[in-house]
Design a binder for this molecule. Structure first.
Ligand code: GLN
Length: 556
């Protein structure tokens, strides 16, 4: 068993997660069975309850774990399946140790960070790395933070026991370019490596992030001051796309250096799929503009997987997707919301919580429906598409979700019977992978080319089957349903089908599809998700025929 620990220094946001994920790509390509694990030093038990403003996207796994967005990078870059073992927070570690303490497991001993907390961290690393050859562990935070010290201390212990041949330490650092001096500066890197060495960790490889190419003399200087061989100082200049990183690292010899040090006998990495991807990215084709109507539009980290999935959809469709983030409240206030959507080739309403911006999103959906603009609704997007249809096609005035209007006369989206009681006690979110049966003859069936699919969920409310009879009479279709124990608590649909609404469609529209699940979590650059691919194709069709090609980018 081999371990690679990835730490970070100088500043945050250097792309430690992408570094770990790209290392995973390279070593998996060499034939190793790889897994990745992220340690988050904060005291929250998981990021599920953290604001997207604080933490960015919550990434949901098949098993329902709500995790850090870096796990999204891991899944997009490798074939490893992530489970709740792969994201561990200080909160989980301390909660577990304190529970043991209360149970009396320590037999009267004094409970301390070393060894009790560090032992628990080690146990978690072991759990995550079972049945693999190599585990890449990313330590969140920046060297020098108080919170991440127990994790780094654990790295030191494991390294001491297992040695350099089994444990490699990769440190991601920053080499700023100082304009007035016209130079790349190595001092911050020297200091951050010094901080690591003070706690007993000598890094084996340095990944040096910089905006400019790194001249050999800078590498030599870093090598000398940081006690790392010059060929182990890896330059990581800003890339145009994150999907170029594995190729760049390979060119810099990163994977070769690691397998040499750890004495791993493996084949050479075959990166041809990534090379083909890079070629496709360089010839993106016509531009297609997709409007995303959201609430955190200034903070694109909160829609990370969604942005990636749309990019993958563009790769599949052979076009360049330009995202236009629209603040839902602007649509709400605007006297002419259609004008804000003019020139958009597709409209997407993503998942969301809370009342703010909801009416703006509904107005956006209404424009997309009536003007034939391709529409994809995700989670809240499906719920709002249902509400929009109820209000504007079926005349159900004031139709709403009880999440936003508990007094609504037409609660087409609501808790399932019995759920309200449980919800008071918390923990009623439908999380993780659920099966969905897709109706024959539907657009969804053509898109997925399958009758049964599995997708990930993260929501509390559901469409209420018995309240959408008049919608179905007016052409609204439910084309995907979940039949499982959960669905037993719900009424049947008017046509007798028993199940929870998973996919809806409106026919006689170029593309109007919404899903209760989050397909974006399962899209990969090397296998784009079919829903995004088809949505982007429909948007491309509109760009071609609407007479509104993106400015300056006529299709050739
Ligand atoms: N707020 C809605 C619910 O809880 C939708 C959640 C979401 O879009 N992820 O059901």
């Amino acid at each position: 068993m081999k371990y690679i620990f990835v730490t970070g220094g100088v500043i945050s946001s250097l792309g430690k997660g992408l570094t770990a994920a790209s290392l995973g790509t390279l070593l998996e390509n060499r034939g190793l069975k790889v897994t990745l694990q992220k340690f988050d030093p904060y005291l929250n038990v998981d990021p599920g309850t953290m604001s997207p403003f604080q933490h960015g996207e919550v990434y949901v796994l098949d098993d329902g774990a709500e995790t850090d967005l870096d796990l999204g990078h891991y899944e997009r870059f490798t074939g490893a399946t992530m489970t709740r073992q792969n994201n561990v927070t200080s909160g989980q570690i301390y909660a577990h140790v304190l529970e043991q303490e209360r149970r009396g497991d320590f037999l009267g001993g004094t409970v301390q960070v070393i060894p009790h907390i560090t032992d628990e961290i080690r146990r978690r690393i072991q759990l995550a790395s079972e049945h693999t050859d190599l585990c890449i562990v990313e330590v969140g935070g920046t060297v020098g933070d108080i919170e991440s010290q127990p994790f780094l201390e654990t790295v030191r212990q494991i390294r001491l026991e297992m040695g350099r041949e089994h444990v490699a330490c990769v440190h991601v650092t920053y080499v700023p370019y100082i304009r007035t001096a016209g130079e790349l500066k190595t001092k911050p890197t020297q200091h951050s490596v010094m901080a690591l060495r003070t706690i007993g960790i000598q890094p084996d490889l340095l990944i040096c992030r910089s905006e400019r190419p790194m001249p050999p003399e800078v590498k030599r200087k870093i090598s000398l001051f940081c006690n790392v061989p010059p060929e182990n100082v890896i330059a990581a200049e800003d890339a145009d796309s994150v999907y170029e990183i594995p190729l760049r690292f390979h060119q810099e010899g990163l994977d070769q250096r690691l397998v040499d040090q750890m004495n791993i006998w493996s084949r050479d990495a075959d990166l041809s799929p990534w090379q083909r991807l890079q070629e496709r990215m360089k010839a993106p084709g016509p531009e297609v503009i997709i409007a995303i109507i959201g609430k955190y539009v200034d903070l694109q980290e909160s829609y990370k997987s969604l942005n990636e999935a749309l990019f993958h959809g563009g790769l599949a469709a052979g076009c360049h997707v330009r995202l236009q983030f629209l603040e839902a409240e602007d649509l709400e206030k605007s006297p002419d919301p259609a004008a804000l959507l003019a020139g958009m080739h597709g409209v997407l309403v993503p998942g969301g919580f809370g009342r703010r911006g909801v009416e703006g999103k509904i107005r956006g959906i209404s424009c997309a429906r009536t003007q034939g603009i391709p529409f994809l609704g995700i989670c809240l997007g499906l719920q709002l598409a249902t509400i929009e249809f109820a209000r504007n096609v079926c005349g159900m005035q004031g139709a709403n979700s009880t999440e936003f209007d508990p007094e609504t006369p037409h609660p087409v989206v609501d808790f399932l019977p019995g759920q309200r009681e449980q919800d008071r006690k918390g923990a009623t979110m439908r999380l993780g992978s659920y099966e969905c049966e897709i109706e024959e003859g539907s657009l969804a069936r053509r898109i997925y080319r399958a009758g049964v699919i599995h997708e990930r969920h993260r929501h509390r409310y559901e469409v209420i089957n018995s309240r959408i009879g008049s919608l179905l009479e007016r052409g609204f279709r439910v084309t995907g349903i979940h039949r499982g124990p959960l669905a037993e608590g719900s009424d049947p649909l008017p046509d007798g089908r028993q199940g929870l609404v998973e996919i809806i469609e409106i026919p006689d529209h170029p593309f109007f599809v919404a899903c209760q699940f989050h397909p974006e979590y399962k899209s990969r650059p090397l296998s784009p998700h079919p829903l995004f691919a088809e949505f982007v194709r429909a948007a491309m069709q509109r760009a071609r025929t609407s007479g509104h090609p993106a400015p300056g980018k006529e299709e050739t």
